[in-house]
Structure formats: C-alpha cells, structure tokens
Design a protein around this ligand. Structure first.
Ligand SMILES: CC(C)(COP(=O)(O)OP(=O)(O)OC[C@H]1O[C@@H](n2cnc3c(N)ncnc32)[C@H](O)[C@@H]1OP(=O)(O)O)[C@@H](O)C(=O)NCCC(=O)NCCS
Length: 243
C-alpha cells in the first residue's frame, strides 16, 4: 500500500512514505501498521476528490497540508488572457539539458524558490527549511533533463530571466510542471504569455490536453489558467503524519 517517496526522503532527510488514493478510500490502520513495519518517519497521503470523507485522517493524527486544484484544457487557442506590452521581454525556449540554459541557472533557482513559497512544503512546520532544498533540487532536475521544454522570459535590459515555465510530456498530455514570474515583473502578463506558449507547443506536438496542478488558494495562478481556457477537473488533498 505504501511506497517510499524517494524525492521527499532525500530532500527532507527522513524516510518518507506515500500513499496515493484515487478513490478516496483510505484505511488509516493499515497505513499505521505498514508505516511502523517499514520504519517510515513520515507518511504523506495524497487523496483525489473531496476532503469531506477524510475526517478519519484528522482523527488518526494526520495533519492537513493543503489542497490542490487540477486544471485541464483541450483548447489550445485561448481568447482571453492578460495582453500587455511585453516589448521589453523576449522569450527563449530550451530543451534541457542545454549549456545555454545553464547561464540562467541562478535566476531559475531564485524563481524556483518563489514557487516553493506557494507550495505545501512551505507549510510543513516540522521541516521549516525543507521547501528550499526541495525546490533547489526540483530546478536542478529540470535542468538535467526532467523537463522536455523550458521557456524563459528574459528582461532585454538586464539579460536576466524574470519568468519561466517548464513542460513535461506524458503520453498525449502536456504537463505544466512549474511556472514562476519575478514579483517585480508580476501582473504584466508574463505568466499568461508563458501559458499561451505552452498551449502553442501542445498544439504543435499534437497533444490531446494540457494539465496543470496548483494550490487551491493560489489566486494569481488560477486566474492565469482560467483565462487561458483551463477548467478544474479534480482536486487533491494532502495530509501527513509523523511516526
Ligand atoms: C502565478 C504567476 C506565474 C502569474 O504570473 P504573472 O506574470 O503575474 O501573470 P499575469 O500578469 O499574466 O496574470 C496575473 C493575473 O492574476 C491576477 N492577480 C494577481 N494577484 C491577484 C490577487 N491577489 N487577487 C486576484 N487576482 C490577482 C492579476 O490581476 C492577473 O489577472 P488579470 O489578467 O485578470 O488582470 C505568478 O504570480 C507567480 O510566479 N506566482 C508564484 C509562483 C506560482 O504560484 N506559480 C504557479 C504554481 S506552479
């Protein structure tokens, strides 16, 4: 039932187990027993659907870490979306690993930390620094080839990357993996422009749909996706328990 979460284990520095439930059916006694048997320090439960039938998790000592909305679109030509003058920004697309992309490594790590601050790891008070390591590793993994495509928004005046979107192809679905825009450049349409470019790539690659998962309370991100034609397809609730 439980699997080891290699990524979290390495980045948090503890043995982390995970259980993903698509049906919302979660047997906490079985999780407790397996966790003890496998000597997990933490178990994360990721449950698709509503939180209403998960009260027994709270009663069994699990902490609620957050809720995510899963957005999907099959329309790659959005009519809405913030349209601003972006003549001071140019967009460059890369397929990692790529030496040129390494020139923006520092910028990308800085932008990665901005995403980290919106993530569930940021709210894990038991491991207050973990989100920094998680998102540092995440960016490194993307640069090393986990991402199929990275589009950078580069400030023409400074040559710095002030935004990026990373895309991962999974069969006929294009996943928007991470998006971030420097707060000094936010609300100028860069996030929307990056999202439109992702849709263009999906169209060119004959993908059937584009999917993105975001925290349910991340209003700017949701605004960008909704205006780009995405609709909520499902939700996911995340819990964890220390052993
Ligand atoms: C999400 C993010 C990429 C958007 O980038 P951006 O360049 O600011 O996006 P845009 O300018 O294209 O659009 C932002 C929209 O959010 C709206 N918005 C921003 N803050 C808002 C708030 N507090 N309440 C309501 N709407 C808000 C803006 O008004 C705009 O909508 P509009 O087109 O209707 O005016 C950026 O906010 C960001 O990097 N956030 C942190 C990282 C993150 O959350 N990434 C997404 C999860 S992977």
């Amino acid at each position: 039932m439980l699997a080891i979460d290699e990524f979290d284990s390495v980045n948090i520095g503890l043995k982390v187990g995970k259980f993903i439930s698509k049906s919302g059916d979660i047997d906490v006694e079985k999780i407790d027993a397996e966790s003890k048997e496998n000597r997990f320090d933490i178990v994360t439960v990721i449950s698709q659907g509503t939180r209403l039938n998960l009260k027994h998790l709270y009663e069994a000592g699990f902490k609620f870490l957050g809720s995510k909305a899963i957005y999907v679109t099959k329309e790659f030509n959005p009519k809405e979306g913030k349209q601003c003058d972006l003549s001071n920004i140019f967009f460059s697309s890369f397929t990692p690993p790529n030496d040129q992309l390494n020139d923006y490594k520092e910028d990308l790590h800085r932008l990665g930390q901005i995403v980290g601050e919106k993530s569930r790891y940021f709210f894990d008070t038991d491991h207050p620094e973990a989100w920094k390591t998680v998102y540092h590793t995440w960016i490194d993994n993307l640069l090393n080839g986990r991402s199929d495509n990275m589009i950078l928004a580069i400030d023409a005046a400074t040559g710095c990357a002030v935004g990026f979107i990373s895309l991962i192809e999974k069969e006929d679905t294009l996943l928007i993996d991470l998006v971030a825009v420097d707060p000094n450049h936010a609300n100028h349409g860069i996030g929307s422009a990056l999202t439109r470019q992702a849709l263009q790539i999906a169209h060119e690659k004959n993908m059937k749909k584009v999917e993105v998962v975001t925290e349910s309370d991340n209003i700017p991100a949701q605004r960008v996706y909704q205006k780009a034609g995405f609709i909520i397809n499902d939700s996911v609730n995340i819990f964890y328990k220390k052993y």
